[in-house]
Design a protein around this ligand. Structure first.
Ligand SMILES: Cc1cc2nc3c(=O)[nH]c(=O)nc-3n(C[C@H](O)[C@H](O)[C@H](O)COP(=O)(O)O)c2cc1C
Length: 185
């Protein structure tokens, strides 16, 4: 069975809750085990145990990285992610922080890509009402953008659709096509 490392950092628990939902959704549709790990509790190098990674980060203090992730930034800048596929998800607030929506997810995505990772899980930017975001490239978010402050009602369906997408992009074995359909609805 494949194993994915999901590393997250969370201040108020939104990213942590999403991490658990992503684990459950992915394990339901694919033959995979997702290890969920708080980045604040391990060395950054723990990520390199996994060939497939999911990284979850919230944006704080107007465009800054969530604190536990920020503490790992210098270590990540020296790491080599070659041969690794990485999907990201972020938590943010598109109304109160419309000019820095999801900036941390975008910056973390670019950093691991610059260090050799192949990014998967790009997500359409339609359906959001922000002014600017460091996380958008060619009209797509570099990962799944979640906003529990303004669009909590969309979080479950976004996670269901995105996990199906990354299961395919990660090359995981789907349990059954009809299971994937059920999760996506
Ligand atoms: C002081 C403060 C600053 C914030 N700055 C941003 C920001 O610049 N961009 C953004 O998208 N969200 C911003 N947010 C929203 C948080 O990212 C959002 O509430 C998120 O769900 C928190 O997730 P967490 O509980 O996992 O840390 C900010 C929230 C607060 C309270």
């Amino acid at each position: 069975m494949d194993t994915i490392g999901l590393f997250y950092g969370s201040f108020f628990g939104n990213t942590e809750r999403a991490a658990g939902e992503i684990k459950r959704a992915l394990e339901r549709i694919a033959d995979v085990t997702v290890d969920v790990i708080n980045i604040g509790k391990v060395k950054a190098e723990a990520m390199l145990v996994y060939e497939r990674l999911i990284l979850g980060i919230s944006t704080w203090d107007i465009g800054q990285w969530q604190y536990e992730w920020d503490a790992k930034r210098k270590a990540i800048e020296k790491m080599n992610f070659s041969g690794r596929r990485v999907a990201l998800f972020g938590l943010g607030d598109q109304a109160a922080y419309a000019s820095t929506f999801q900036d941390a997810m975008g910056q973390l995505a670019r950093l691991v890509r610059a260090r050799g990772a192949v990014l998967v899980g790009a997500w359409p930017a339609d359906g959001y009402a922000h002014d600017a975001s460091d996380a958008i490239e060619d009209g797509m978010f570099l990962g799944l953008a979640l906003d529990n402050d303004n669009q909590a009602h969309l979080t479950a369906s976004r996670i269901a659709a995105w996990t199906r997408q990354i299961a395919v992009e990660f090359g995981l074995r789907l349990r059954a096509p009809e299971d994937a359909q059920v999760v996506a609805r």
